[in-house]
Design a protein around this ligand. Sequence first.
Ligand code: NAD
Ligand code: DAO
Ligand code: ZN
Length: 368
Amino acid sequence: MKTRAAIAFGAGKPLQIAEVDLDGPKAGEVLIEIKATGVCHTDAFTLSGDDPEGAFPAILGHEGAGVVVEVGAGVTSLKPGDHVIPLYTPECRQCKFCLHPKTNLCQAIRSTQGQGVMPDGKSRFSLEGKPILHYMGCSTFSNYTVMPEIAVAKIRQDAPFDKVCYIGCGVTTGVGAVAFDAKVEPGSNVVVFGLGGIGLNVIQGAKMVGANKIIGIDTNPKKAALAKQFGATHFINPNDVENTVDAIVQLTDGGADYSFECIGNVKVMRDALECCHKGWGESYIIGVAGAGQEISTRPFQLVTGRSWKGSAFGGARGRTDVPRIVDWYMDGKINIDDLITHTMPLDDINKAFDLMHSGESIRSVVLY
Ligand code: NAD
Ligand code: DAO
Ligand code: ZN
């Protein structure tokens, strides 16, 4: 079949809209009509050329929602008409990782997904006979895409595509890091560094689980009001204080119970660790730093009881947890509507990147 898609032909080049060829689903795969997709910082990171796994030409996008149109042989958990969210972190429920209680990093299709192809080693997308790569196993910047069944979460039919697409990455990454990875207890003091599309979701996750102080940190003063709207009790602009770590330690009677770095800045990652309470504070790295960058601290920070951890896709097991998060949204426990600041048709997708780089948007959503 033919499908309209935004193609990334090379690092730093604007996406180009074109009709591409898409092969139908093979055994264990499904064809999905994407109805809406968010444009995330990670798409921009790959497009910039900084992503060591980034390869071109590719169809980017990993934050979508849509409808199953056709299923391949042997597919049992999905049928045409099902409403779904594609998962860049699959859940096969059989691999060593899925069977281990401490991780969500299913490895069933990891190597082919990382190479931009389907599990049979081939791309389903092509243009003028030449293959176009998949991206993060999703390629939601195409109106139609093919996904392995294990990488598709079935969701309720009454959830609006233009909002719940954001659960495909940003919402789950932020809210999940609090609820599934850190398992923040009610009454905890939480510090969030970087209040963009991920950090604001960490804030609302902390509020949802009943945190005590929720301190948002951002160099952009415009983030203060939004942070408070989503549940922050305090806001610190690092440019307004002499020492950010000292300011947090004072506000929290010795340090944070939990901190989250949502920027990808290795210097801030150090502050996020060192603002944690001696004896028990845990710091989670969510931000993705540029290729080759390294973190550092004095080892005594860890000897004295602080822990440095990381979180990918919020620790969520997608087929199990994503439908639960959709329920949280539909039940009013989390706010997605106010984080989607811009919508546009596929033809204007490059504007979404401009809005992100200028700091004007929290999330732009492309509507097909
Ligand atoms: P964003 O650009 O929307 O937000 C970043 C925020 O950090 C902005 O508000 C900016 O003003 C602020 N900031 C920048 N430098 C700062 C500094 N030195 N001190 C304080 N604040 C600063 O980005 P986002 O979409 O929220 O993504 C955040 C990070 O999370 C990115 O690195 C992204 O790649 C990563 N990410 C990780 C996962 C995961 O599963 N771990 C998933 C999605 C995205
Ligand atoms: O299993 O080795 C692996 C890769 C897991 C990928 C997790 C991705 C999380 C960070 C990237 C940002 C995604 C938008
Ligand atoms: Zn698995």
